[in-house]
Design a protein around this ligand. Structure first.
Ligand SMILES: Cc1cc2nc3c(=O)[nH]c(=O)nc-3n(C[C@H](O)[C@H](O)[C@H](O)COP(=O)(O)OP(=O)(O)OC[C@H]3O[C@@H](n4cnc5c(N)ncnc54)[C@H](O)[C@@H]3O)c2cc1C
Length: 508
């Protein structure tokens, strides 16, 4: 690491690419460290963005509060709706559905999660569906939403995220970033200049002859990965032995019904279909494995399962599920699709972008200092842990299923999964226990909802649940359910709430 680019203190940051990742990086850097830096973003209108990525998870609220973004302004600008979770349809068996909601289910004891009490209730035939005790799931399925104060049911409020228009979101963040001094440069990157072959980067050459120099480069060029992949030759770790899906076809449709506050994930014989309702339209797509179905059949399946008239031509996307072996090499940090992509299930990609940005800010080179090798190593280790955790949670949905109706599902069921995931499955199967370690994204309740939803039924439950007599347990469960029902009954209809709270001006 003796190159000039790595000895110079970081002042000029060059962001390559202006999709969701590029503009999220620009906004956060400008807001947090703007006065110390010269931030430029290079993007090409001609190339465009991936144009999908419209379901989020609640952490986006944290990102927006860090930036001081007003929720109404953001929602109106991106034609956003609220999201309380995901309805999984036909995943465990054709015709069987479950809900993975944000927030909590029931009430935990400090020794044992709510699932232990629910399992005892189930044994005694006094328990309803697991989701009946979750506020977010019930509000979602009844199409209701409200901002609840933190001291309401479970003293926790209502946990939510957003469905948003990805193109509008990038535009919104662009306006935000430019107001904070970020300079946008239009043009195609035709050459990445390095000090030595695959060495630190010193400049980008554009097709219009411009040369953009910097000390730190953020690769947000999407699947192209121009800097981290093409130039620095950082290898890509392919996880398709566990994540079979490598393709998607996406299309936007007219809204034909009220927007529901949840994403629909509908399993098919060779993949799954998303339905994401926005204020002005619906985003649809089918994610599938090209090993199991031809593109033409996938496209046909998607078009046959749409609810409204298509507004766009179906768009084909191809990806390799996996992760860049190092997201940070020399003076280049890959964020967004350039750094890795698993698949759209559970909507974690924008979250992983956010995690990378927060980390970059936490590990930003010290005042007057250049990139430190120890920071690079730490960043890469932490990103890897995030990706692997999310990967395992996604694999769970495919592997634990009762579906056997196609070669795709048979292969999902019979594959060997990563050891850490296998242990989690065994632990839950035998004891109903789940533990969240480190900074893992998915909570115990997320794992429990999906494991039960996919058909695991633990052999035992915690002894502490036996301390409750039958009557007491019945009263406990009935009380929780009544509280959920009562709260939901008072909430307004989601569609009306959004129209009042953050109406958008309409189509672009
Ligand atoms: C099918 C599918 C569904 C998804 N669904 C979700 C979801 O529901 N939720 C979620 O969180 N994530 C989802 N994602 C991921 C999400 O779309 C991305 O994480 C997000 O859009 C960020 O993309 P990006 O900015 O890294 O790349 P892109 O949007 O591809 O942006 C790349 C940028 O680089 C620029 N660029 C490229 N080459 C050059 C060049 N030579 N010169 C100049 N500029 C260049 C482009 O013009 C563009 O501005 C999905 C992804 C796919 C494939």
């Amino acid at each position: 690491m003796n190159s000039p680019a790595l000895k110079t203190p970081v002042r000029r940051v060059v962001i390559a690419g202006g999709g969701t990742a590029g503009w999220m990086v620009a906004a956060a850097l400008a807001k947090t460290m703007g006065p110390l830096l010269d931030i430029k973003l290079v993007e090409s209108d001609e190339i465009g963005t991936v144009g999908v990525g419209e379901a989020t998870i609640p952490s986006l609220q944290t990102f927006h509060s860090l930036l001081g973004i007003d929720e109404r302004a953001f929602m109106a600008a991106t034609q956003a709706t609220f999201k309380l979770g995901i309805r999984f349809e036909n995943w465990r068996q054709v015709g069987q559905h479950y809900f993975h909601g944000f927030g909590l289910t029931g009430k935990d004891h400090w020794t044992a999660g709510f699932q232990h009490f629910w399992l005892k209730g189930r044994q005694r035939q006094v328990a309803a569906d697991y989701g009946a005790y979750a506020l977010e799931a019930q509000a979602a399925l009844q199409g209701r939403f409200a901002h609840l104060p933190e001291d309401s049911l479970q003293h926790n409020g209502l946990h939510y995220a957003y469905h948003l228009d990805a193109t509008r979101y990038a535009r919104f963040l662009r306006t935000f970033s430019e107001a904070l001094g970020v300079q946008r440069i239009e043009g195609q990157i035709v050459q990445v200049v390095t000090d030595a072959p695959a060495g630190p980067i010193s400049a980008l050459h554009l097709d219009n002859g411009a040369r953009v120099e910097g000390e730190l480069f953020i690769d947000c060029t999407g699947f192209r990965a121009l800097l981290i992949g093409d130039t620095l030759q950082v290898a890509y770790e392919d996880w398709s032995e566990w994540l079979f899906n490598d393709s998607a076809v996406a299309v936007q449709t007219e809204s034909v019904a009220d927007a529901v506050p949840y994403t629909r994930s509908i399993a098919h014989a060779f993949g799954w279909q998303w339905r994401i309702p926005l204020q002005h339209r619906v985003g649809n797509g089918l994610v599938y494995s090209s090993r199991f179905v031809a593109d033409e059949e996938a496209r046909h399946t998607l078009l046959a399962h749409l609810e409204g008239a298509p507004l766009t031509q179906p768009r084909q996307l191809r990806f390799t599920p996996g992760q860049r072996q190092q997201a940070w090499r020399h003076n280049c940090v890959a964020i967004g699709l350039a750094g890795g992509f698993l698949e759209p299930l559970e909507s974690t990609s924008i979250y992983l972008i956010q995690r990378a940005i927060i980390r970059l800010l936490q590990m930003f080179p010290g005042a007057g200092a250049a990139v430190a090798a120890a920071d690079v190593q730490e960043f890469n280790q932490q990103m890897r842990a995030d990706f692997e955790h999310v990967r395992d949670f996604i694999i769970l949905h495919y592997h634990v299923t009762q579906r056997q109706d196609s070669p795709y599902w048979q292969a999902c069921r019979s594959m060997a999964v990563p050891a850490g995931l296998q242990h989690r499955i065994n632990l839950f199967n035998q004891t109903a226990r789940v533990f969240r370690t480190g900074g893992e994204l998915f909570s115990e309740n997320s794992w429990v909802q999906v494991m039960l939803g996919q058909g695991l039924l633990p052999a035992q439950h915690h002894a502490v649940a036996h301390l409750m007599g039958d009557n007491e347990l019945s009263r406990f469960l009935a009380g929780l359910r009544a509280a959920v029902d009562h709260t939901v009954a008072q909430m307004p209809v989601h569609q009306a709430y959004v129209q009042r709270y953050a109406p958008s001006a309409g189509a672009p």
